[in-house]
Design a protein around this ligand. Structure first.
Ligand SMILES: [Zn+2]
Length: 351
């Protein structure tokens, strides 16, 4: 295993024991193709974050490297499988971009050199590149060369959210598969088996039905750290309504971990919306149940129209932040908070 190990891999390793049944048919199909000798040397899996691309790729890598393949999976017992499970396989190379950085030609050259060597254990070698959209043009070209002249049984697996940012020349040499999210019922059942009861389809939509992203979120909600942030969200909104200068310190707070924090802010409006639909109560499993009295007041100060509009605005801001890292997050979030504040004000005066 290459010595390049990213924190994202460490985080995702917590999902190692989680089953991903929505990907099983495709995994089986891949194995059949391999057994029939029709397996492509370059594969690209696309799909939203949390769909399980990385887990699938790892499963496949272990299968390709296993020296005692079973009819429907790796054996998990041979020397190769054991090394793979211990993240210590010499014929498996993993590459991922550091946050907000690209994957450069030097990193790719190190890999291609490895691919030109004889495999150390079995017959196959596997390279997995996560976040392939981060490959620089030069790095992609270096990869192309490898794909054009495959050295024996080398397999290259690339992962990306979409194929749009990959070079067309690279794309044309890869067999691409887009992984789809499971439907609502499959997802709800899967979460239920893991001990999470989700009845709110809005939450599924927010994560575009991406199972692992949802699971990660639900796990975080269970932790006290998330409760602290939720409390800070309620306090932040409260403070900025009555003390305008507080708005900027609130936006600084949210910008800290913007992706997650905007999600919690979204949930705040989402729960307020639910409460407005049924002013008597909020389910006990609601994310902001602890702030029920405050939300009671706010739902009366916000119209349905405002709540819908603001939820969209949060979504929009959140996607802007992830697509354009260079943009000043705090400024964008401040603009969002001003919109939220203004909606409160207007409805407040009307009522
Ligand atoms: Zn094995």
């Amino acid at each position: 295993m290459a010595n390049i190990k990213a924190t994202s891999e460490v985080i995702e390793s917590s999902f190692e024991q989680v089953s991903t049944p929505w990907l099983t048919p495709f995994y089986q199909q891949l194995q059949q193709t391999y057994q029939q000798g029709r397996f492509a040397h370059g594969l690209l899996f696309t799909g939203s974050a949390g769909i399980g691309k990385y887990k699938l790729a790892q499963q496949l890598a272990q299968y390709l490297l296993c020296t005692n393949k079973q009819h429907d999976d790796a054996c998990f017992e041979c020397h190769s499988c054991k090394l793979f499970s211990a993240h210590n396989h010499l014929d498996y190379h993993f590459l991922v971009a550091e946050k907000n950085k690209s994957i450069g030609i030097d990193q790719v050259r190190l890999l291609t050199e490895k691919l030109n060597e004889r495999p150390q254990l079995g017959n196959n070698k596997v390279v997995l590149i996560k976040g392939a959209e981060q490959l620089t043009e030069a790095a992609a070209n270096a990869l192309l060369k490898t794909l054009e002249e495959p050295q024996g049984d080398s397999y290259l697996i690339l992962l990306a959210r979409t194929h749009h940012q990959l070079m067309p020349t690279l794309l044309s040499r890869l067999q691409q598969t887009h992984l789809h999210s499971p439907d609502d019922q499959t997802l709800i059942n899967w979460l239920y088996k893991l001990g999470y009861q989700v009845s709110d389809l809005g939450v599924l939509r927010w994560f575009q039905n991406s199972p692992l992203a949802l699971l990660n979120h639900l796990k975080a909600l269970q932790q006290d750290a998330s409760l602290d942030t939720r409390r800070q969200c309620v306090e932040g909104v409260f403070n900025m309504l009555y003390q305008p200068q507080q708005l900027f310190s609130f936006s600084r707070l949210l910008a800290n971990d913007a992706e997650q924090n905007l999600l919690l802010l979204f949930h705040l409006l989402h729960d307020t919306h639910k409460l407005k639909l049924n002013t008597e109560q909020l389910n006990q499993d609601a994310i902001y149940y602890f702030a029920l009295p405050q939300l009671q007041l706010w739902q009366a100060q916000l119209s349905f129209k405002s709540l819908r509009m603001l939820s969209q605005e949060i979504l929009k801001t959140r996607s802007l932040l992830t697509e354009h890292n260079a943009l000043k997050k705090e400024l964008l979030i401040s603009a969002l908070l001003i919109k939220i504040k203004n909606e409160f004000k207007e409805t407040h005066y009307v009522s």
